[in-house]
Design a protein around this ligand. Structure first.
Ligand SMILES: [Zn+2]
Length: 477
């Protein structure tokens, strides 16, 4: 039930729903009127859409400024799939033999040129509409903008100066600070303790991925004096949190284009953005399936490994540290992924990586009952290269995870998590975060093999799931 509550409605019992339906059930002629009103509304909506497109075609200079992304679907056939893949579109998902796609202005023109018939589907994705209503605190609601995050991080430092320290680890392309929050006892000293790192928001549109690592920092400092488990962890480790690696992209997503994914690199010829999660330096550009050499692509890898100041910030922070483990947060899909991403072959540490993922999944499930599947990303999810986890594992050999936060799919909200779900999503992830901190401490001090706590789940169970995920996942959350 919890997973259904993505648009901010409280779950209702079936009795409540039936009772409401009885009360609201329209008389036959009323029903007819409702249907015709809805039909008219849809017709008007479609008409507005097409008038807008006509305007855009006739006033191309202004077009991109006014374009809002739409979701369309096209029938899945071999011929069309081939064309779509060549067009480098932002594929969302596959449902009932139709491929759903987020289209920007240029994409729309490409589809027109190729004569591919499509259906406008945006109005079907009701959470998208609900979010606009539920955003109470300004355009980005309870989600952090760059400035709001800066304010809140500095407030944590001011309130807890002994255990929280904000560090500027580099500037984004547009000159915003990339902040890391260090949490430890004697936070101003280097005490040679186990270090562990949590990173958020490589991808601009994945707003929830800022909140989860930020809330970890807030939780740790606020509970340090009152929770002995938290105190133990903080005393024995250095916890590093980068809630927002891609501030330029996030601001762009808030103010201009909600579905923006990359940073804001001007690639020339009107192409913008490098996919920061394809720009890391381990097997960067291994092939064109796991990333793209096309500057217009949503998974464009940049001109060279670490060409972007944002990934350089991560690289440089790692160079001076001795991290034991890393989680990078993304959305959506509700899964835990580990290296390799660039190949279907497992790493030599496959069993350990799988075991820690299984444990984290168990901890997460224990909170709200939500199941996060887990697997090697290249084997069962989709191929990537130049991503964060391949680089941290490939370079430093540490357990490295991508956690794709809820929801599971687009119809449940996709990149739009209701504000009411920020806290529950953090809450369910918290025990897995604490567990990884603890693992880092144990592994660092005793240097013994990690005890196997839970049964490995058979891989064929998750294989079934992959079939549902084909469309969107190729482009990655
Ligand atoms: Zn992502």
């Amino acid at each position: 039930m919890a997973r259904l509550n993505i648009v901010g409605f409280a779950p209702r019992t079936s009795a409540q729903v039936h009772s409401e339906m009885r009360q609201q059930k329209p008389r036959p002629n009323q029903e007819k009127t409702f249907q015709s009103i809805i039909k008219k509304m849809l017709a008007i909506k479609k008409a507005i859409f097409f008038i807008a497109i006509l305007c855009l075609v006739f006033f191309p200079l202004k077009a991109q400024d006014y374009w809002h992304s739409e979701i369309i679907s096209v029938e899945k056939s071999q011929g069309i799939m081939k064309k779509l893949l060549q067009m480098d579109l932002d594929l969302l998902m596959e449902r009932n033999n139709r491929i759903y796609i987020i289209v920007g202005f240029d994409d729309f023109l490409k589809l027109q040129e190729e004569n591919i018939p499509y259906t406008l589907e945006t109005f079907d994705f009701y959470p998208y509409k609900q979010m606009e209503v539920s955003l109470l605190g300004g355009i980005n609601g309870k989600y952090h903008s760059y400035k709001e995050l800066e304010r809140d991080l500095l407030a944590l430092q001011d309130s807890y100066p002994q255990i929280a320290k904000v560090r500027d680890i580099g500037d984004s392309l547009e000159g915003r600070n990339i902040y890391a929050l260090k949490i430890s006892d004697n936070v101003h000293l280097e005490e040679g303790e186990a270090q562990v790192i949590f990173i958020g928001c490589h991808h601009a549109r994945e707003w929830i991925s800022v909140e989860v690592p930020f809330l970890l920092g807030k939780y740790l400092v606020e509970n340090y004096e009152i929770n002995s488990q938290v105190k133990d962890l903080v005393d024995q480790s250095e916890i590093w949190i980068i809630p927002l690696l891609n501030p330029d992209g996030l601001e762009y997503s808030i103010h201009f284009y909600r579905y923006w994914r990359k940073n804001r690199r001007d690639n020339g010829d009107g192409a913008f953005g490098v996919d920061l999660n394809r720009n890391y330096g381990y097997n960067w550009g291994f092939d064109d399936e796991g990333s793209s050499p096309n500057p217009f692509s949503n998974v464009y890898r940049g001109t060279s490994p670490f060409s972007e100041p944002e990934t350089q910030a991560t690289r440089d922070l790692f160079a001076g540290k001795n991290f034991q483990a890393m989680i990078t947060y993304h959305s959506f899909s509700q899964v835990i992924l580990y290296p390799w991403g660039y190949t279907e072959q497992p790493t030599e540490e496959d069993q350990l990586l799988d075991q820690i993922a299984a444990d984290m999944s168990t901890f997460i499930q224990s909170v709200n009952g939500n199941v996060y599947d887990y697997y090697q990303s290249g084997e069962l999810f989709y191929l990537t290269n130049g991503d964060t986890t391949d680089w941290t594992f490939g370079t430093y050999g540490i357990p490295s995870y991508t956690i794709e936060l809820p929801p599971e799919d687009e119809p449940q909200g996709g990149f739009f998590n209701a504000e009411e779900n920020i806290q529950p999503i953090f809450n369910e992830n918290l025990p897995a975060m604490l567990y990884l901190i603890d693992w880092s401490i144990q592994n660092f001090s005793s240097n013994t093999d990690f005890p196997l706590r839970t049964e490995r789940r058979p891989k064929d169970r998750v294989k079934l799931k992959k079939k549902i995920r084909v469309g969107r996942d190729r482009k990655g959350g």
